[in-house]
Design a protein around this ligand. Structure first.
Ligand SMILES: Nc1ncnc2c1ncn2[C@@H]1O[C@H](COP(=O)(O)OP(=O)(O)O)[C@@H](O)[C@H]1O
Ligand SMILES: [Mg+2]
Length: 366
């Protein structure tokens, strides 16, 4: 059982290079929180501050109500699993997992019980007497996780644990981690990844980090369906959400936007007030929400320049209006062999249309 509370947490390396500031986050027992964000945004730094491996330079970290800032790592009840799982090559799986408990001078019975329990959870029972070199990459990563489970920590921290594995092993191990979490419903886990699918499938809540702070916190589908800002809108989902510059031409419970530069109009199921008339906005439409329409009712029309046929979907890259404009991407279900070079008219259901003003969604405006 562990609740974590971060209050105005910040980090400046060497006292001057500010990496994170004003991080406020409450994590409840049983959650699996995923930190995502671009490379270098401070994901590992935040995790290491929680573990006690890196000093918190401002703000406070509490675990179950107790201030942790000055508590040494070993006394925080936290176990950390890294990307590079350095197992002891000359020790069996059993001895690798037992090592920390032996150091802590636990009794043989206690150690055996803890190792056997962890091996069962991780389905490593059959491999306990093997050396690491006789294991697959995924099994080795499981042993690394096993070394933390035996200590029965309150909080598990994972820093990109799967990024050294090849694609198919990543998928298998991801599912194992999901099952592991389910078998330990009272454990609290924080998991860093840059892999969207891992974030979407594992997280109870995702924390998107950007620009030294939290861009948004929410369940995976909240972030997908209701991104608070353009950064989250374009970070979650692949290919990224299209952003089309435009201007509000109709207000009320449903908002109309004229898409700029010779394009059409679109409705969004987002309420606006009279004073929003004429407001310059960006219309956000996910590639998978773009649908073909007729020449009267389109929001966007463009010539299909590149077609990516993936079988289950066809991705369409429309020609750019000018070199500096972002390319617009559509994603149509199924196979569309003959669309290259054609001009298509596209729109989207009002419930799938996002509107951003100054980078922020109008949905969240007070
Ligand atoms: N020990 C350090 N000293 C100075 N700067 C560091 C140190 N560790 C990380 N940084 C910087 O802090 C930023 C965040 O790093 P990190 O937390 O590793 O990012 P992420 O894990 O999101 O890729 C980066 O700009 C990195 O260069
Ligand atoms: Mg990192």
């Amino acid at each position: 059982m562990a609740n974590l509370k971060l209050t105005d947490v910040g980090k400046a390396y060497g006292g001057t290079v500010e990496v994170l500031k004003d991080i406020n986050l409450d994590i409840t027992t049983g959650e699996l929180i995923v930190f995502v964000g671009p490379s270098g945004c401070g994901k590992s730094t935040l995790l290491r501050m929680i573990a006690g491996l890196e000093k918190i330079t401002s703000g406070e970290l509490q675990i179950d109500g107790d201030r942790m800032n000055d508590v040494p790592p070993a006394q925080r009840g936290i176990a950390m699993v890294f990307q590079s799982y350095a197992l002891y090559p000359h020790m069996t799986v059993r001895d690798n997992m037992a090592f920390a408990l032996k150091l802590a001078k636990k009794s043989t019975e206690e150690i055996d019980a803890a190792v056997n329990r962890a091996a069962k959870v991780l389905q490593l029972d059959e491999y306990l007497d093997r050396l690491p070199k006789a294991l697959s990459g995924g099994q080795r990563q499981r042993v690394a996780i096993g070394r933390s489970i035996v200590r029965d920590p309150k909080v598990y921290l994972f820093d990109e644990p799967l990024s050294n594995l090849d694609a198919s092993l990543r998928v298998a191990t991801r599912i194992e981690i999901a099952q592991l979490k389910e078998s330990m419903p009272n454990s609290t886990m924080i998991y860093v990844t840059h892999d969207q699918v891992e974030a979407m499938t594992l997280a109870s809540r995702i924390v998107v980090l950007a620009n030294k702070g939290i861009a948004q916190v929410g369940t995976p589908l909240e972030l997908y369906e209701k991104p608070e800002n353009e950064f989250v809108a374009q970070f979650i989902g692949s290919p990224a959400m299209n952003l089309l510059p435009g201007e509000i031409t109709g207000t009320g419970p449903v908002t109309r936007v004229r898409v700029a530069a010779g394009q059409g109009e679109i409705e969004a199921g987002i309420p606006t007030r009279d004073s929003d008339m004429g407001l310059k906005v960006n219309v956000g439409i996910r590639p998978e929400d773009m649908v073909q329409t007729d020449a009267e009712n389109y929001a966007f029309r463009g010539e299909v320049e590149i077609v990516e046929a993936l079988g289950e979907v066809t991705q369409l890259y429309f020609a750019k209006e000018s070199p500096e404009s972002a390319s617009v991407i559509g994603k149509l279900p199924g196979i569309h062999a003959d669309v290259r070079g054609k001009t298509l008219h596209m729109t989207a259901d009002p419930s799938k249309v996002h509107i951003f003003s100054n980078g922020h969604s109008l949905l969240y405006r007070d």
